[in-house]
Design a protein around this ligand. Structure first.
Ligand code: SF4
Ligand code: SF4
Length: 385
């Protein structure tokens, strides 16, 4: 063999160590039998995962793993882990590689702040101070004693916009850069793809339809109960997002004099309020089931819970919970509790949205892009029952 054409392998021991630290601590047990790839319901037949990723992870082949779309096609159902004769957990190794990817692809050099809990106080301090300053300058005097309780007396909508629009805008920019970076990597590093992928728009439509049905996750066996909970969280979250958008639109319609529509707080029977409350309830039940399974389920089935999972899961759970509690305290007219919980809710919303490109929240975007790329490249497995 011509040695000048031999593939160059550049092991990175520190990368293998990071996988281990992020939940992939069983990777060294793998002896490459291939059972995991055989039982995985979603892997393509051509260059299937996760067997190849296991050996690459053992060798610390960062360049092959980071930006490999296959890593994002895995839904951590853990069927592979349940069938591994060596007790390795490939599902957790794939999840660990995804978690490391958040810091790798998101820009502005902020990824390191999200890798360890030692930075958590700093990350929380920013929204605590920012929203505290906004409340002290923007609130109505004596807002705590004004009846009925109206949250915009503490944080007027234009002040919320002042705090959230630039910061969420920056987060959206970071997310777009992250998506652009990961797409370049998919094209360069995904095994089993030959030639140029096909058109992206039909592939994206196919991905959206698959996600709405949770098509891939529904094929999981070991971690099957998660699917319905994830669907509830997914639809609840988007109902809450739609509610927030509609409330903002209604506010600006009134403010700019374009028309006259209901102002907040909306009556309980108002359609937008009904949408918001239904979304909150759905999201709360979904996130509670996922959270409980993570805390009490068999790690072999539910997967290992690393720092990225804890950070995202905890922030998401308490964002939804504080939103519900703030409304309950408002309705039963307990001002200090209502405004106090609402303040914490705003801090958590900031943490969830503004840090999204660096946290596990970004998995929504990156998995969407990987599935779309994979559909365009005809890499997805078409299941034949
Ligand atoms: S089933 Fe286990 S030992 Fe076999 S290739 Fe997969 S991870 Fe390795
Ligand atoms: S966790 Fe599930 S989707 Fe991921 S590789 Fe294993 S069997 Fe496949």
């Amino acid at each position: 063999m011509d040695q000048t054409q031999a593939p160059i392998i550049e092991p990175d021991v520190s990368f293998a160590r990071r996988i281990i630290e992020n939940g992939g601590d069983t990777l060294k047990k793998c002896f490459q039998c291939g059972n995991c790839s055989a039982v995985c319901n979603v892997t393509p037949d051509n260059a299937p995962f996760p067997r190849k990723e296991m050996i690459w992870a053992q060798w610390g082949l960062k360049d092959r793993l980071i930006g490999n779309a296959d890593v994002w096609l895995c839904h951590q159902c853990n069927d592979c882990s349940a069938h591994c004769p060596r007790g390795a957990n490939p599902g957790d190794v794939m999840a660990a590689i995804r978690n490391i990817s958040f810091a790798h692809f998101a820009p502005f050099g902020l990824g390191a702040l999200f890798t360890s809990k030692k930075y958590l106080p700093l990350l929380l301090l920013l929204p605590v101070v920012l929203i505290g300053v906004a409340v002290s300058f923007g609130s109505k005097q004596g807002f705590m004693s004004i009846k009925p309780i109206v949250f915009s007396n503490m944080m007027p909508v234009h002040v919320i916009d002042l705090v959230f629009l630039p910061t969420v805008g920056l987060a959206a920019l970071a997310a777009l850069i992250g998506v652009s970076n990961i797409m370049k990597s998919f094209k360069a590093r995904t095994p089993g793809v030959s030639g140029q992928p096909g058109p992206m728009i039909p592939a994206a439509i196919k991905t959206v339809l698959g996600i709405l049905k949770h098509e891939k996750m529904a094929q999981c066996e070991a971690n099957a109960p998660r699917t319905i909970a994830h669907q509830m969280l997914f639809y609840g979250f988007f109902a809450l997002l739609a509610t927030t958008t509609l409330v903002a639109i209604m506010y600006w319609i009134n403010k700019l004099g374009i028309g006259s529509v209901s102002a907040t707080p909306l009556a309980l029977a108002h359609p937008v309020k009904l949408l918001g409350n239904a979304g909150a309830l759905l999201a709360f039940i979904g996130v509670s089931i996922i959270y409980k399974r993570r805390l009490t389920g068999d790690p072999k089935n539910v997967g290992k819970t690393g720092y990225y999972d804890s950070f995202f899961g905890t922030v998401l759970f308490w964002t939804i919970t504080t939103g519900i509690l703030a409304e309950i305290f408002r309705l039963i007219d307990i001002s200090p509790a209502a405004f106090g919980v609402y303040y914490i809710h705003l801090v958590l919303v900031f943490t969830l949205l503004v840090y999204a490109p660096y946290s596990k929240f970004a998995h929504m975007l990156y998995r969407f892009m990987a599935l779309t790329y994979s559909n365009a490249a005809r890499r997805s497995k078409e299941r034949v029952e």
